[in-house]
Design a binder for this molecule. Structure first.
Ligand code: NAD
Ligand code: LMR
Length: 338
């Protein structure tokens, strides 16, 4: 299967742009790591999003096949594939939103931090490309360890003079998706009716669900709180173990990433009251990055919300989370500053 030539797809892109001008706004979205476990499902879901006019799929392997496949879906986004480092700049030029699920996943027995060695370099290279080719794009960073890769991207952008803290969002949506599912199960509700803030970061004890703030208002027994907190914190490991060496969460992650990207696009469009949890540049605690609810608008994460009242169990959890987070953030920062 050959790629569409640049000229062929350029004219399709122009048509998509015209459509966007005449009717619904269309955004240009790139997925970096599009041929991977998350990347493929996410490509499919973003091709289904009516806010996307142009979808760029970049990976170091297999993008021709994924692109040909996804491009046959009869939705409006024009899909173009980009293969290998030499095509990274073309993949990124002109993008409004860049979603990054590139990098290796965990196997049983590994922590997310064990992925640092390989993924830190990948995120550094991709962030350098973003700084050069689409410095104003909103970035959704999925690659683990998120607690360190977000600081890495921030440092790369600072070095390039392009850092806009509002535009860099570490994706912690899967923690929220899991929290809603598990809490709804306990309460006997539809997960779509449940709201659970999950703050802190995206690894083990740094994942801190605020069960005292669940909506609709409810109360849990101490056993339920212990069960839910652990299950949410260990949700990733639950999937890694069940996949038994074949990787980590991909389908639920693609779902969560697509939901989060859609929230970002609606924010960019100017919709009001788009509020989601994300790991961002933050002054909510003494740490430079922290996950909490943010309001997403035309400029990205325009407002970072305070945590609200915490109970004693959550205060203890917060202290633990901050200790681990401080080290992970520092590790990411030092990787670039060293
Ligand atoms: P995967 O191995 O299936 O796919 C990763 C893809 O990245 C591969 O196609 C690979 O070719 C590509 N890749 C590698 N180096 C690249 C580069 N330099 N440029 C572009 N692409 C490159 O892995 P996966 O299951 O899709 O997971 C990807 C990452 O997402 C992992 O780091 C994983 O830990 C992380 N993850 C994060 C969350 C979260 O909640 N934030 C959830 C699940 C997984
Ligand atoms: C997850 O939460 O599923 C991801 O971070 C992947 C992992 O390694 O657990």
């Amino acid at each position: 299967q050959k790629f569409q030539s640049m000229e062929e797809s350029s004219s399709l892109v122009e048509r998509a742009n015209c459509r966007a001008k005449g009717g619904a706004p269309g955004f240009k979205v790139a997925i970096l790591g599009a041929a991977g476990g998350i990347g493929q499902s996410l490509s499919l879901l973003m091709k289904m999003n009516p806010l996307v006019s142009v979808l760029h799929l970049y990976d170091v392997v297999n993008t021709p096949g994924v692109t040909a496949d996804v491009s046959h879906m009869d939705t409006s986004a024009v899909v173009r594939g980009f293969l290998g480092a030499k095509e990274l700049e073309n993949a990124l030029t002109g993008m409004d939103l860049v979603i990054i699920p590139a990098g290796v996943p965990r196997k049983p027995g590994m922590t997310r931090d064990d992925l640092f060695k390989i993924n830190a370099g990948i995120v550094k290279t991709l962030s350098e490309g973003i700084a050069k080719c689409c410095p104003n794009a909103v970035v959704n960073l999925i690659s683990n360890p998120v607690n360190s890769t977000v600081p890495i991207a921030a440092e790369v952008f600072k070095k390039a003079g392009t850092y806009d803290p509002k535009k860099l969002l570490g994706v912690t949506m899967l923690d929220v998706v899991r929290a809603k599912t598990f809490v709804a199960e306990v309460l006997g509700l539809d997960p779509r009716e449940v709201d659970v803030p999950v703050v802190g970061g995206h690894a083990g004890v740094t994942i801190l669900p605020l069960l005292s703030q669940v909506k609709p208002a409810c109360s849990f027994t101490p056993e339920e709180i212990e069960y839910l907190t652990k299950r949410i914190q260990d949700g990733g490991t639950e999937v890694v173990q069940a996949k038994a060496g074949a990787g980590s969460a991909t389908l639920s992650m693609a779902f969560a990433a697509a939901k989060f990207a859609d929230a970002c696009l609606r924010g960019l469009r100017g919709d009001a009251n788009i509020v989601e949890c994300a790991f961002v540049d933050s002054q909510v605690t003494e740490l430079p990055f922290f996950a909490s609810k943010v309001r997403i608008g035309r400029n990205g994460a325009e407002e970072v919300y305070q945590l609200g009242p915490l109970n004693e169990y959550e205060r203890v959890g917060l202290d633990k989370a901050k200790k681990e987070l401080a080290d992970s953030i520092q590790k990411g920062v030092s990787f670039i500053r060293k």
